[in-house]
Design a protein around this ligand. Sequence first.
Ligand code: SPV
Ligand code: MG
Length: 431
Amino acid sequence: MKTVYTCFCTSVIHEGHLNIIREARKYGEVTVGVLSDEAMVRFNRFPSVSFEERLRMVREIEGVSRVVVQEEVMYDKMIETLRPDYVIHGDNWKRSPMKAIRDNVEKLLSVFGGEIIDVPYTYNEAVRRIDLRNKEKLAMPELRRGRLKKLLSLRPVVKTLEVHSGLTGLIAEKTVVEHEGEYDQFDAMWISSLCDSTAKGKPDIELVDLTSRLRTIDDVMEVTTKPIIFDGDTGGLTEHFVYTVRSLERMGVSAVIIEDKVGLKKNSLFGVEVEQTQDTIEHFCEKIAAGKRIQLTEDFMIIARIESLILEQGMEDALTRARAYVKAGADGIMIHSRKKQPDEIFAFCDAFRREDKITPIVVVPTSFNSVTEAELAAHGVNIVIYANQLTRSAFPAMEETARDILRYHRAKEVDSRLMSIKDIIRLIEEL
Ligand code: SPV
Ligand code: MG
């Protein structure tokens, strides 16, 4: 009997999946691969049910002879091991970015004469509703909040993109690329004080009040499912910070990062060009501990941001603070630098990791932007935040468009570089 292989990367089984199995049965004995959690995340499909549950669901489908685990998005290992006569899939994989998977499968099968079967993709109102419902579940505060901690165990580096609106949130949510046979997407979102303030035309000096910052989070949350890391600036007064922690936790935010500065906070990238005062270790530790005491779930993280390198206080000061902040209860350390090269970040991470193998390290490679995620991970970094690139790319594009409309007294000249209205509409799904 001939053999047929298909891979399921889903948290719900619907008509479309059953149709694939029915079709597959016509060709031979059916083996289904269930994509591992790690690969699901990489493929931008964070599972809404456990891996065991996903295995069980597939085992129960009539007509499935065997269920195996597929550890990677690409089928190489599965096809080399199983050597199926056929690989069957919905024909939606003929389009980018999934086309790369299909091309790869085609190449792998050609080695021994296997064939691809493309089944017309089932897309009807019922299937759309099931997919949407499943996605919406991921957005619920209880499910979203704990996802950052889960990602820290599933991903070598949690890639985080700055967002400050529903639209930028959608970009972080939906952008998936295939590059050199690997899939990639962003894991989490950063609500930057700099970009949230900039979007409102205000300076980054803790001027935009908490109500407004929470409103930004809500806009993002309404249309996304990925976990959120909030830039809490200095956290303000300890007596106020505890309320911030409560609000963020209740909303389903996964982490707040607070920096060890007091007084009029200025953006760190100014460094010592402006007057900025670092908090005392004792006082900042009290703030961290107060936040930890008030939080209600195990999921929420308070990450302490060390400004010693920014304020040129030296590596020893940074490390002393890191030790103290972890002891006070910090769930992670963010170390910041405005040097062009990553050397001082590497030095900090190496020294910190010699003493502490567990506490997550967060970095924001804005100035030292030549460093790769893999290099940072090799020095023990767990979360990389791209803190302002979306804002900085949008602003010049908008300014150029405004200039050209003024220059030509019409919009024709700018049109070719604009996203089509159709694409904008497609980006935004209706319930
Ligand atoms: C932000 O994005 O607001 C930050 C990171 O705090 S930085 O601008 O690099 O200080
Ligand atoms: Mg900030």
